[in-house]
Design a binder for this molecule. Structure first.
Ligand code: GTP
Ligand code: MG
Length: 492
């Protein structure tokens, strides 16, 4: 479900729900567009220089066909609707007044269409949003210039001073253009939707979730995996295939040792839309202070140990194959600097990801009142909230509570049922007692943030109901995922 400041809203995986403000923006944009066009109607005439008509026809057509691309991605949908509501009236007026130049229109449609097509098939909308912002700036500058020239021409033609009302009209039109610029800046967002990064503390359920998602990627998403493992003792047992086989025999994945580092990447496609999901499992301590100065210092330190250029490190450290190469070319240095490599790799993955998944250990909910669960959650949400502030609002985030089967009996609850959503609500309400979580909710006004409760084995009996010996039970854990598919939906 999407988190919203007004409380959670049920069953909605669409962005429109808590975006009342943005809907108002769209309506205002439409009205202003009509007012603008009405007031400036005398300027849009067929008898204008061809290059002016060409440029403006091109820009308007480009906005309209790019808007279609924006509408295809749920985080950008409002921006797309906004563009249509502002520029369809422009297109209409240009057309009926004979201002529209067909060549410019076709070129614009092709350019915007290409950008939309590219973004959709790459599942990456950040570029589209960036180009659109630039083109909108160009539209703003060009239209303002055109209005100025028109105003002067009118003056010259009539050989008299510009009438006062002409000046006020001109100022009014420029103000409307400014408002367009502001509203567009607020509504046009695009994320690198294909790049998902899963982040969670030790023991939060990363590895089992990876295995559950792996099954899904392979079965339904034409998926494949890539893994990179550095370990003295566990190298074999950390491979996905071996972990799945061991699970069949009742062996749970090993917790990483302090020196173990495992990076996993799942990639797959839904239709034509690609997605890749990265997991990092690291047993040692790693800094939770994701700060750009610490990152810079870490890159400098890595430069000192490996002798590699900082630019290269900075550009490539997020790349799994690059980390593999670093390790192969210099295993001793790598072993000494592994903590730093992991930090830089995570930092860069957070920067580059379009979507970030934060794992919350379901054990904290089991101990919410009687143990230190609430205390730990306060710290954890504080950290996640900080990450959201640091890495910005051009991403979407999901808070995923793992091990739901430990505090709810899921064996009778279908994963897409109303009861399942009720569980999510219940947990949301518990979290809402925590101020650091509320801070995240406050951020959800501007940033799309979702919350899901999942389990990798819905057949397990909840611990808090006191079924048998917890340890013996955990041994029976298999992959019977519950609501893990919500994570997949979030990722596409
Ligand atoms: N009942 C239940 N237990 C789970 C679930 N997911 C994880 N666990 C338990 O939590 C333990 C830790 O899960 P992992 O997936 O290994 O967690 P991790 O984040 O990879 O942990 P480290 O590798 O130690 O950092 C597992 O050994 C399971 O006992 C779940 O969905 N249900
Ligand atoms: Mg693990």
């Amino acid at each position: 479900m999407r988190i919203s400041k007004k409380g959670t809203v049920l069953g909605l995986d669409i962005t429109i729900n808590n975006t009342n403000l943005e809907i108002i923006f769209v309506l205002v944009g439409f009205l202003l567009s009509l007012i603008f066009l009405y007031m400036s109607r005398s300027y849009w005439i067929a008898d204008t220089k061809w290059y002016v008509k060409l440029t403006l026809s091109f820009l308007v057509a480009s906005f309209i066909s790019s808007a279609i691309g924006m509408i295809l991605e749920r985080n950008s949908i409002i921006g797309g609707i906004f563009l249509l509501s502002v520029f369809l009236p422009f297109l209409y007026v240009f057309y009926v007044s004979g201002f529209l130049l067909v060549d410019g229109f076709i070129l614009g449609m092709l350019e915007g269409g290409y950008l939309s097509f590219y973004s959709y098939f790459k599942n990456s909308f950040d570029r589209l949003a960036m180009y659109l912002r630039r083109l909108i700036m160009a539209f703003f500058v060009f239209t303002s210039l055109y209005l100025i020239i028109r105003a002067f021409t009118t003056m010259n033609e009539s050989f008299q001073e510009i009438p006062q009302n002409e000046i006020s009209k001109f100022i009014f039109l420029i103000v409307i253009l400014f408002i367009f610029l502001f509203l567009l800046k607020e509504t046009i967002h695009g994320i690198r939707a294909y790049d998902v990064f899963v982040y969670g503390p030790s023991g939060s359920g990363k590895t089992l979730l990876l295995l559950a998602l792996y099954d899904q990627f392979i079965a339904f998403l034409g998926g494949e995996r890539k893994e990179f493992i550095v370990s003295e003792k566990n190298k074999e047992s950390l491979k996905i295939g071996n972990m799945l086989a061991a699970l069949e025999n009742g062996e749970l994945p090993k917790s990483n040792l302090r020196t173990d580092l495992a990076l996993y990447k799942l990639s797959g496609k839904k239709g034509f839309k690609p997605v890749r999901m990265k997991f990092i499992d690291y047993g040692g301590e790693h800094t939770k202070d994701f700060d750009s100065t610490i990152y810079q210092k870490t890159i400098d330190d890595l430069h000192d140990s490996f002798g590699t250029e900082t630019v290269e490190l900075n550009n490539k450290i997020e790349d799994m194959s690059y980390v593999t190469e670093l390790q192969k070319s210099n295993p001793d240095n790598f072993a000494q600097s592994v903590e730093k490599v992991v930090f830089a790799h995570i930092y860069k993955s957070l920067v580059n990801a379009g979507k970030i998944i934060f794992l919350v250990d379901g054990d904290y909910i089991v101990n919410f009142r009687d143990g230190d669960g609430k205390h730990n959650l306060t710290k954890l949400f504080g950290q996640y909230s900080h990450i959201i502030s640091t890495f910005g609002d051009e991403k979407s985030y999901a808070i995923v509570v793992t091990k739901t089967d430990k505090f709810e009996d899921l064996s009778q609850i279908l994963e897409n049922s109303k009861e399942a959503e009720d569980i999510e609500h219940k947990i949301y309400k518990m979290f809402y007692e925590i101020n650091t979580f509320k801070e995240i909710v406050n951020k959800s006004e501007k940033i799309p943030i979702y919350m899901y409760t999942v389990s990798v084995d819905a057949t397990m009996k909840p611990q808090i109901m006191g079924y048998g010996d917890a340890e013996t039970q955990q041994k029976c854990l298999k992959i019977n995922p519950w609501r893990v598919v919500e994570i997949e939906k979030f990722s596409f």
